[in-house]
Design a protein around this ligand. Structure first.
Ligand code: UFG
Length: 337
């Protein structure tokens, strides 16, 4: 298949480009570098041996998208491009609606205009909020807990409406749990700007000496060791989940929503211990109060991905940590400036 990846130089987009090429597909990447670096393109060339077909474009720019659609003939798009920080979304909701929702509408409109009606969408487990009813199945109630989560839910609903209105459309919303890890080459990985908001990149930056200690947000949750429990999955497993999803579009499935997670919960303390083991470096920690908006535990029921897509996460926590450490130790400052 010939596949357009919006947000193609971002953390998940870049790893998915590798997995798609390995599976024999052609990719075109689009990104505005708002949260990624041009160096990713060279790294992808080194890993895959393929020079990336790339457009520096904002996904909200319908005229630019139209030009790309005129120049290329796509079978499907995988839509990653969107801002994704919960805290930022509470400060700048319009930025989230303009780019997260507006970008999706612009992309879908351009696709419709050019007869491309297969799309895989980056959604998030954030649409479940926090529930005691674990593991989370796709039919669980959805709850909006911040503007970022609202953008994800709104885009899912837009896709559902589109598929309902025109049966030629096929769309799969993938609800990611907590992607971590890096390509085993150590050439590409997660490179957050500023202070990392997420656990794994923060831990990696402590291990490499960029930050003195990890603050654990709460050790009084009703979980086995008191720290928050999440479903961490290796980004290459996640990437392969996208390959399975985009290939599944060919079977004309209409609209579907599928969790991508391992199905297992891991605590903050377990992450710290696994990362110390993988890196051989100490990770000093301090305990602080709970982070606003956080809940005790979230993990997937991963059975639908297995039955519908034939996909299961296979990489272990040790592999996730070893691959993050390879990436972080070879690139202490990420992709640099
Ligand atoms: N944590 C710390 N210290 C840190 C960072 C995180 O203790 O410095 C803890 C959190 O309290 C939580 C766990 O580590 O218990 C994981 O936190 P992350 O921020 O890495 O991940 P979240 O599960 O909170 O958030 C992720 C995505 C969001 C998405 C959410 C739900 O980053 O985009 O999952 O799907 F909304």
């Amino acid at each position: 298949m010939k596949i357009l990846l919006t947000g193609g130089t971002g953390y998940i987009g870049s790893h998915t480009a590798v997995a798609l090429l390995e599976a024999g597909h052609d990719v075109t990447l689009l990104d505005n570098f708002s949260n990624s670096k041009p160096a990713v393109l060279d790294r992808l060339h080194t890993i895959t041996g393929v020079a990336m077909d790339f457009f520096e474009t904002d996904v909200t720019d319908e005229a630019a998208l139209t030009e790309i659609m005129k120049q290329r003939s796509f079978d499907a798009a995988i839509h990653f491009a969107a801002p994704k920080a919960v805290g930022e979304s509470m400060e700048k909701p319009l930025h989230y609606f303009k780019n997260g929702v507006g970008g999706t509408v612009a992309l879908l409109q351009t696709m419709a205009d050019h007869g491309v009606r297969n799309v895989v969408y980056s959604s998030s487990a954030t649409v479940y909020g926090f529930s005691d009813d674990l593991p989370l199945v796709e039919g669980a109630p959805t709850v909006v807990i911040n503007p970022y989560g609202r953008t994800k839910l709104m885009c899912e609903e837009i896709l559902q409406d589109l598929c309902r209105a025109d049966e030629r459309w096929n769309a799969i919303a993938l609800r990611y749990f907590n992607p971590v890890g890096a390509h085993p080459s150590g050439l590409i990985g997660e490179d957050p700007q500023g202070v990392p908001a997420n656990l794994m990149p923060f831990v990696a930056q402590v291990a490499v000496g960029r930050r003195p200690e990890l603050t654990i947000f709460g050790d009084d949750y009703p979980t086995p060791d008191g720290t928050g429990v999440r479903d961490y999955l290796h980004v290459m497993d996640l990437a392969e989940g996208h390959v399975a999803a985009v290939e599944h579009l060919a079977s004309d499935p209409g609209y579907d929503v599928i969790n991508l997670g391992t199905g297992s919960g891991i605590s903050v303390k377990e992450i710290v211990a696994a990362f110390e083991k993988a890196s051989g470096m100490p990770i000093p920690t301090v305990i602080a109060g709970r982070r606003p908006g956080d809940g005790p535990a979230s993990y997937a029921d991963a059975n639908k991905a297995a039955s519908v897509l034939g996909w299961r996460a296979t990489r272990s926590l040790d592999e996730m940590c070893a691959d993050v450490w390879r990436w972080q130790s070879q690139n202490p400052n990420g992709y640099g400036d």
